[in-house]
Design a protein around this ligand. Structure first.
Ligand code: C5P
Length: 240
């Protein structure tokens, strides 16, 4: 599935986000990710503003609570008109099903035609195998745990998971070919890796069967963000 790279809008506030958009042509419709930092500062209005401007939004809030609370929260997120949002798979199958029900109900109420996609975080990339075994008391290898959560997510009827592109082939083979693998940790060869450890280039991500890529700092910190975005987009879509 080839599509636009999702730009992670990891900015402290709306003002710095708006400054970033000045580097892009006004008519350019983007796919962006809004995370906790921006959402908790600016509230749902920032998401509504982006959607009103014609952008698609992946709202990355990683919900994890009792099923009823997640259901109610997801109904509100569904009403915003987001294209993708997410939960933690460790919340369990009942919570994931409740999340999907709430999201779809909210979306229906919003009147948006596109059905929002719901994906799950398996293990955060900041969790090492040692931490998982010692702190979470999960006696599995990290990949084994990721695959097990991916299967649980598919069983709950969700659309996919956030994962490393390096895990995408295994996840597709353990779930189904349409299962979404949305992958951060994308860098060009000349980029600084920052705190990302297992990185791949956009064309490698495509070859590894990733369905979406999320790119933050390589674009947001670039001297020429739009040029960098186009370069990444072309590599991702196999045009270069
Ligand atoms: O700047 P960079 O390209 O590393 O940004 C990647 C984005 O993806 C960040 O918003 C980060 O929080 C997010 N992310 C991640 N790893 C995950 C889940 C989300 O890097 N497992």
């Amino acid at each position: 599935m080839n599509n636009q790279p999702i730009i992670a809008l990891d900015f402290p506030d709306r003002l710095s986000m708006s400054h970033f958009f000045t580097f892009f042509p006004k008519q350019e419709k983007l796919f962006v990710k809004v995370g906790m930092e921006l959402f908790y500062k600016e509230g749902p209005q920032v998401v509504e503003q982006l959607i009103d401007q014609g952008h698609s939004v992946f709202l990355d809030l990683k919900l994890h609570d009792i099923p009823h609370t997640v259901y109610r929260a997801m109904r509100n997120l569904g009403k915003l008109g987001v294209s993708i949002t997410n939960v933690h798979a460790s919340g369990g199958i009942e919570m994931m099903r409740a999340a999907k029900e709430g999201l779809l109900e909210g979306a229906q109420e919003s009147g948006k035609k596109e059905r929002p996609k719901l994906i799950a975080v398996t293990q955060l990339t900041s969790t090492s195998e040692e931490m998982m075994q010692k702190e979470q008391k999960i006696p599995l290898g990290l990949l084994e745990c990721v695959l097990s959560y991916a299967q649980l997510t598919a069983k709950a009827g969700l659309d996919g998971v956030v994962c490393s592109a390096l895990e995408a082939k295994d996840i597709h083979s353990q779930t189904h070919p349409d299962f979404i693998c949305l992958t951060p940790g994308i860098r060009l060869i000349e980029d600084n890796n920052g705190d990302q450890k297992r990185v791949v280039t956009p064309d490698q991500a495509r070859a590894l069967t990733a369905n979406y890529i999320v790119v933050g700092r390589p674009i947001t910190k670039a001297q020429q963000p739009y040029e960098k975005y186009q370069q990444i987009n072309q590599l991702w879509n196999g045009e270069k």
